[in-house]
Design a protein around this ligand. Sequence first.
Ligand code: SF4
Length: 323
Amino acid sequence: MIKNLSPSRASQFKTCPKQFKFANIDKIKEPTNEVQAKGTTVHEALEKIFDLPKEERNLENLHNLFRKVWTDVRASDEHVHLFNDQSEEREWGLDGLKLLSNYLTLENPALFDPLERERWVRGSIEDLNLRGILDRMDRNDKGELIIVDYKSGKAPNAKYKEPRFFALKLYALLIKNEIGETPAELKLIYLQNSTIHTMKVDEEMLRNAEKEILEIWNNIKVAFESNNFPTIKNTLCDWCYYKPICPEFNKNAPSTVELENCNEKIDEINETLEAINLVGGLDNLPDNSPLKNTNLDEINKNLEELNITKNKIVKDIEEFLRK
Ligand code: SF4
């Protein structure tokens, strides 16, 4: 059973429990694609621009930051195979720079300092541990808190904007619970088509967001208990990384049962090791602790074997997904 939930994981479960299972229980990691890499690089440039003195927060430096961030990560395992050739990478880079130019048509970073950037927010609601990272938090001229999120994609038509605020509503709720101040407004900055959507925060909105996330959490717990993560066919199936192994689309897809069992045992052993490390070793455990007689050599050996098996299954599934 997972211990924490982020707004994006919750949305993934809501959209398709099977996709949630592939990603979070079977832990079949979706490789970074060029859209994600662009989003991450743009986000980082937008974060770092505020490290510069106000008079240096201009287009040239924003573009330079994008180039620098990309230069630092492009050779990593995650990114090295993203492009077939230099011209593809160049096109991708130009798109990223365009998004940043679009940003400057919406805001002037030389005129303000954010209150916080890339801020961890976490908290408990009943038995749910909710956490995430918000892009930016500002104080406006009236001294009110504003929660800001950058989107590298395109803004929907304003009449469909509401569902896109789900994560930000939860961040507002966590901020309120953490610091005792309710943010006044949520702001989504869409870079693809230079659009800002905002939404005022009120107590009813936060109550509804809390109710919705608890409902999703309860559904996740039921799914875990019954080990039932149904597929929900939706408009995004064609972009789903797991489509080749999804039973909706491939009746002969490789089974993930062995992988699931492996992950469960690995999690169990890691929890035991964490608990022992937390007290500084076996000798510091009380005599009546159920972990006192743990054979560390044996469980470390088990862990090693399980990881070998798991990596082999993941490799086979990843090869299948790449076909
Ligand atoms: S292809 Fe569609 S139904 Fe299958 S896991 Fe992905 S989102 Fe769910």
